[in-house]
Design a protein around this ligand. Sequence first.
Ligand SMILES: [Zn+2]
Length: 198
Amino acid sequence: MYEGAVQDLIDELGRLPGVGPKSAQRIAFHLLNAEAADVERLAGTLVRVKNEVRFCVVCGNVAESETCRICSDPRRDPALICVVEEPKDVVAIERTREFRGRYHVLGGAISPIDGIGPDNLRIRELLTRLRDGTVTEIILATDPNLEGEATATYLARLLAPMGMTVTRLASGLPVGGDLEYADEVTLGRAFSGRRRVD
Ligand SMILES: [Zn+2]
């Protein structure tokens, strides 16, 4: 519809999640009219996020060094691990202030339709973390939808013979939803009311 760079920008923006063609066009023209310095700062941030942000070698969360802020914090309880699908879930749970342990980010959930099986998730890395016996409780905080439930069930079975307590967030979370969309109070309650998986 437009020429050259403007259309390229609209096309690129339109590939982002949640951005439809109309929004892509609106953002593109907003950027066209913005101050050069503002656009350069945005462009610089985009480049930096790919160059500088890495994934924590321990838990898989986003990190700016080898280990993330949470894994390198000695005040966090190493006996508790909360298993989540994505780094954004770590942020959601951190907001509730209910959890003082550490995390393990799987990088997704089991979804046969999308061709994602246990081997595509960071499950082997989780098992490695459990080897030294420090961890006494694993909290399964995968999303309350089909894939999240399937992943929690798989992990519960896998972890059962290992001797630690395995818990799942209490019900009350919007079913079929995404952990990050739950409000802090609901998620906090689900956390404190977590139940043992047998
Ligand atoms: Zn970490």
